[in-house]
Design a protein around this ligand. Structure first.
Ligand code: COS
Length: 377
């Protein structure tokens, strides 16, 4: 795909930043599970934490494709940082930009779209994962407030974010049409982060619970209309799936780059292993699938900015890119042999990081369900 000069510049700028500032700490934050505050602060200063939002609201003033390239380039060296950026932008900031009132946008977006504060999205619950409509967290109207009770889990940026979009059930009888979204702020009485998770991959990212115990939220913090929270979050997830596709694409590209380099350096049987057909086969498969993923992810990014219906296309891009990341990282370890199994080599981390992309923001199975429903509707 021919990129515009602007998008080529974005890639160059983010790649240089990623190589200089993100890559050097990637292994360390994976090992220590320490949140990369310094990196995230610098990303805010470079306007990388709100790339697709207007400048007057604190954002980078770019489009979805530019943002997609940004997530791809960061994830190419560190998926923990990539998922932090993606969850903050697509899930935390986007719904406020999408359906927030003018007051809500002015109150919250300048701080989060500029990266001065982090944002998060509270959807998943212990009993509401793929069946996201089965939310058990309740919000009950009490005068000019709502009282929220419940627990969210597996939330990216749970303990580092200061602004949250959270889904609740305001009318259980109506099931998905009884779901409403709210904007929450860190420190509201009755609202606190819970247990921080210890994970297989993206270990430098912050994943944890959100706990609500009689949390009183002003009614003006209702995001969108009461009962329309389900549609708000499904639309949010359409965009989120593009960014997980971009993250997966970045991981796969990182695995391919590492494999090309290593295969040229590594000598066995008196020759570089890149001269062997078995290795070339794997490299060719990886490169082809990475490129196909890129086309799907970029194409749906452009379609989103044209305002098209992207439910099927976002699911396809996420499905294909995430499965590609799984395959490409598996092959990368195979090409690296015993060394690839060791923590000194990035591909060991890439392999573990890839796994979340076939689960988060809808499993592979849910993406297929969404695609089939769109085909058959
Ligand atoms: N955008 C806007 N509206 C949508 C939509 C979308 N992408 N997809 C569906 N809707 C609408 C439907 O048109 C329907 O509207 P009506 O009530 O007016 O008829 C409504 O939303 C309910 O849709 P549906 O009946 O399809 O809901 P289901 O409960 O059957 O399931 C799935 C929907 C499975 C697609 C949804 O629960 C899902 O995406 N699950 C995965 C959740 C997920 O990704 N979790 C990970 C979170 S990580 S942040």
């Amino acid at each position: 795909m021919q990129l515009s000069d602007e998008h080529i510049m974005i890639r160059k700028m983010v790649r240089e930043f990623a190589e200089a500032e993100v890559k050097p700490v990637a292994q360390e934050i994976d090992e220590t599970c320490e949140f990369p505050w310094e990196t995230v602060k610098k990303m805010g200063e470079l306007r990388l934490m709100g790339m697709p939002f207007p400048e007057e609201l604190g954002g980078g003033g770019g489009d979805t494709l530019g943002y997609t390239i940004g997530v791809e380039e960061i994830s190419r060296v560190c998926a923990s940082t990539g998922i932090t950026m993606a969850a903050h932008t697509s899930l935390g900031c986007y719904p406020i930009f999408d359906v927030g009132t003018e007051e809500q946008k002015k109150k919250y977006l300048p701080d989060i779209a500029s990266g001065r504060k982090l944002a998060a999205f509270g959807l998943t619950e212990p009993n509401a994962g793929s069946d996201a409509g089965a939310t058990e967290t309740t919000a009950v109207r009490d005068g000019d407030h709502y009282v929220i009770n419940g627990t969210k889990c597996f939330i990216t940026n749970a303990s580092t974010a200061e602004t949250f979009v959270v889904t609740t059930m305001t009318d259980k009888e109506k099931r998905t049409r009884g779901i409403s979204a709210f904007i929450l702020e860190k420190g509201m009485p009755g609202f606190k982060p819970g247990k921080k998770e210890n994970k297989l991959g993206v270990r430098g990212s912050d994943t944890g619970e959100l706990i609500f115990e009689d949390c009183r939220v002003p009614a003006e913090n209702l995001l969108g209309k009461e009962g329309e929270g389900f549609k708000v979050f499904l639309r949010t997830l359409d965009g989120g799936r593009i960014s997980i596709g971009a993250m997966a694409l970045g991981i796969a590209q990182g695995a391919l780059d590492a494999s090309v380099k290593y295969s040229k350096e590594r000598k066995q049987f008196g020759a570089s292993i890149s001269s062997f057909g078995a290795i070339q086969n794997m490299l060719a498969d990886m490169a082809t699938e990475v490129e196909a993923s890129r086309l799907l992810v970029y194409d749906v990014s452009l379609a989103k900015d044209r305002g098209e219906r992207i439910i099927k296309e976002a699911a396809m891009a996420k499905l294909f890119a995430s499965e590609t990341a799984m395959k490409a990282t598996r092959m990368a370890i195979q090409i690296h042999g015993g060394y690839g199994y060791m923590k000194e080599y990035d591909v060991e981390r890439f392999y573990r990081d890839a796994k979340i992309t076939v689960i988060g923001e809808g499993t592979t199975e849910i993406q297929k369900l969404v695609i089939a429903r769109e085909l058959l509707r």
